[in-house]
Structure formats: C-alpha cells, structure tokens
Design a protein around this ligand. Structure first.
Ligand code: AMP
Ligand code: MG
Length: 410
C-alpha cells in the first residue's frame, strides 16, 4: 500500500468516474426513490382555474369594501361543477372548497362570518377583496420546471407530477451492483457454522445499503480464498455497473481480490485511504464499471460504503444530494487520541439545549457490528489528534438523509 489518500481525495477519485446512467421511463407509481432524468416541465397550470379556498359565499370584493352586508344567494356551486352564469350586483354564490369561481365575483366570505335573515345572506364580518380565492396558476404556471434533473422522487414529488399529469416519468436507470463476499471462513446464514467459520453478514449489510441508495443489488454469494474461484466470480461481477466485493484486499497471503481485478483488466485508481476503519479500500474501473473492494471487517465495509460507494451510486443516478447531512456535536465523554488516520467513531446523538452531544456506542473494533447498529452517526476525529476532554466539539455525520453539501472531513 503506497501513500494513503485523504477521504476527500478518495471521494474525488470515485466521483470523477461516476456519470449518470441512461434514462428510462417508469410508471409514476413505481417511481418512489428514483431520480428525475431530465428537467420536468409542466404543460399545465395548477390550479387550472380560479377556485374557492373555503366553504362560503362568493361575492364582489368591491361591494364588500364599500360596506354592503346583505346579499341574495342566487346559485350553489359544489366542487366538481361549473357555473357560467355571472353573479350580479348584490348577489352571492354559495360555494364549496375547490369549486370554480363563477364570473363576476372575486372574493369568498367564509360561512362562519355570515348569517341568514330570512332569504337574505348577512355578512357579519367583511374580508379583504380577493380573499380566500386560489388563483389559476398560483402553484404551477405553464412552462414551469416542476422538478429539476437529478431530483429524488419522494411522495411529495410524485404527487406534484400526478397533479400536472406526468405519467410515465423519465428517471435514471438504477445502477446494478454485484455483491460478492470473499473468504474461506464464510458460510451462508442458513448453514451450520463449523469450527473457524463465521456467517457472511457483509452481503446482507451491503444489500440493504445498496437498496437504500436507490440502486439494485445482485447477490453473487461467497468466493472462497481461491484464485480460480475468485477469478470466476469477479468476472461475473464485472458485467454489472458496480462491483462491490468485501474482504481479500489486505496484505494477507490469501488476499486475491486486487490481483484478480487487475488480471481482469480493472484499472487501479487507488488502494488505501487514511481512515479507521476502512484503510485497505481498493478502487478501480473497467470501462464504465466501478469496482470497489471493501475490507472484510463488517464495520469497515459499511463505513467504506457510506463514505465512497453511496455517493457514487447516487451520482450514477444523476442525483446532486450525494452526501449525508452532518452537524457539529459535543463529546459527552473524553475522546481518545488518534494516530495517523482520521477515525470515524460510531456514536449516538442526543439533543442538548440548542445543540447536540454524542456518546460512542461501545467498543470501536472494526468487526463490531453491534456498535454500528446502535449508532445514528459517525463522529470524525482528525488524524494526529492528542485526545480531548468531554465538551470538545467534532463533526458528526448522520447515517440517514441526503445533502448536496459535502461534509468537512478532517
Ligand atoms: P479480510 O478483509 O478478508 O482480511 O477480512 C477481515 C475480517 O472480516 C475477518 O475477520 C473476516 O472473517 C471478516 N469478514 C470477511 N468477510 C466477511 C463477511 N462477508 N461477513 C462477515 N465478516 C467477514
Ligand atoms: Mg479474507
């Protein structure tokens, strides 16, 4: 392993290779979590007609302003109906929320502000002219970009597209991510565990992380630490948009992953990042395929995914919010010193007055998945840090959400 890259340099190297995949059209109902492949322009206006924002009475605003309190109700307009007949001077239309305003009136007096005297409608409290009317086009005008290219389609975005009649919707193709666990010690989760063996958990965490990043996981199982088997399975993996292997990238005698990648034509971009956990991360490309070899230790694998692979999967989808949100938080306990690598420590955040404090979730060994399961953030301690008392602040990366701003990694 040569000089170790900084986190930023490693992210830059990865993102330089990850442009958006081609577009495809999907049914709007199937678009949750996908990214818009183009600016989406509305050819309709919303609302499409002036309509009432309240149940009440539509009158002429100028008459209200002039102090008129008595009106004759000439028509009733429920939602879904349309009245072309103008409402005249001294007249009111009884109107329901969402119903179109008839010609001649421009103001709605809510029913609560009115009363009845025989056949006459009494306005007990005037409203300003134009009140309680939703104007045609006030939400969306014809030609508006309702969603920019790269926008993530959540429930609100999907509803917005439905409201302007966009279905199907152009989205970026999901990256297909081949997931391969390597290691002769690994057994499948349902199989008995013999002496010296452990269950393959990395494929499960990777599967979840890939899905949560909007990409499509493809499980290729386990490769034993055998050159031939590793070669055969990595060759299959290379037929995908992204290869995600775990294990076999350290300097052990049976760590074949890098060698096999190179034999199969993967161009090495880097090997080794100055982070703990996650140092022996190997990254390369073959054609347009991104090839990640993350370390085998379960937390190292997960943290490597968070820092480098997740942004790449989002960039492949054309997203702009490639990063996790972060905040500045105060250590609730003394902070141990670091050596030459930046350390990402699993922690839990607690609200404290106007700010946040964090507590680490237990032993930080790179194989201890439990402390990852308990964590909602990663606290970053810079390299060469002498250690600190409780009360010192650090950058904490959240393990949920997305942001366009890259966190200030130390
Ligand atoms: P390696 O990077 O191959 O040296 O593996 C480092 C450590 O991670 C070893 O203790 C492995 O047993 C463990 N490990 C490797 N792959 C997996 C996996 N798929 N699931 C759980 N632990 C693993
Ligand atoms: Mg191994």
């Amino acid at each position: 392993m040569g000089a170790l890259l900084s986190i930023d340099a490693a992210i830059d190297s990865v993102l330089a290779t990850a442009g958006p995949l081609p577009a495809e059209a999907v049914r709007l109902l199937d678009a949750l979590g996908r990214a818009a492949a183009a600016d989406i322009v509305s050819d309709e206006q919303v609302p499409s007609f002036d309509n009432s924002a309240m149940d009440g009475y539509a009158v002429r605003g100028e008459e209200l302003a002039a102090g008129r309190a008595q009106y004759r109700v000439t028509v009733e307009i429920p939602a879904g109906s349309y009245v072309a007949q103008p409402v005249g001077s001294g007249e009111a239309a009884k109107i329901m929320t969402g119903a179109p305003l008839p010609p001649g009136v421009d103001t709605v007096v809510p029913v609560e502000l009115t009363g009845q005297a025989g056949d006459t409608l009494m306005v007990n409290e005037a409203v300003r002219p134009g009140a309680n009317v939703r104007r045609a086009g006030e939400d969306v005008a014809v030609g508006d970009v309702v969603l920019p290219r790269g926008a993530r389609l959540g429930p609100a975005e999907i509803g917005l597209l439905a409201s302007v009649g966009v279905d199907p919707v152009p989205v970026t193709r999901r990256p297909r991510v081949a997931i391969l666990a390597t290691g002769s010690e690994l057994v499948r989760v349902g199989d008995p565990v013999g002496p010296g063996q452990i269950r393959n958990s990395n494929s499960y965490t990777a599967y979840g992380q890939v899905l949560a990043a909007g990409a499509e996981p493809v499980l290729l199982g386990i490769a034993r630490d055998d050159l031939e088997e590793t070669r055969r399975l990595i060759a299959v993996a290379l037929e995908h948009d992204v290869v995600l292997t775990s294990g076999g990238v350290s300097v052990g005698e049976f760590d074949f992953v890098k060698q096999v990648q190179e034999e199969l034509g993967v161009e090495r971009r880097f090997w080794g990042v100055a982070t703990k956990p996650g140092k022996p991360l190997a990254f390369g490309t073959r054609g347009r395929t991104l090839v990640f070899g993350v370390p085998g230790n379960p937390v190292a694998a997960m943290v490597s995914f968070e820092l480098y692979i997740r942004p790449a999967l989002l960039a492949l989808q054309g997203r702009r919010d490639l990063y996790r949100p972060y905040l500045t938080a105060t250590a609730a306990e003394p902070v141990r010193r670091t050596k030459e690598r930046t350390e990402a420590r699993r922690c839990r955040l607690v609200r404290d007055g106007g700010g946040w404090t964090f507590t680490t979730t237990g032993p930080q060994g790179s194989g201890i998945l439990r402390s990852m399961a308990l964590a909602d953030g990663l606290a970053f301690v810079p390299p060469g840090h002498p250690g600190a008392d409780a009360g010192t602040t650090f950058m904490v990366l959240l393990l949920e959400g997305s942001s366009e701003e890259r966190p200030p990694y130390p």
